[in-house]
Write a protein that binds this ligand. Structure first.
Ligand SMILES: [Zn+2]
Length: 47
């Protein structure tokens, strides 16, 4: 219980940044999303 959760510095963790649409800012939290659910812009996680 000594591991305080004080990670409020950066907002979202780096692994989630690719889920945020650069175009409209929508957080596409569906794991398989490769394009933005709102505007259809590519999320840059094509493999
Ligand atoms: Zn978008």
């Amino acid at each position: 219980m000594t591991h305080g959760e004080v990670d409020d510095e950066g907002g979202e963790p780096p692994c989630m940044l690719e889920l945020v649409c650069e175009e409209c800012g929508r957080l596409n939290d569906e794991p398989e999303s490769v394009v933005c659910g709102r505007c259809g812009a590519p999320l840059g996680r094509e493999s």
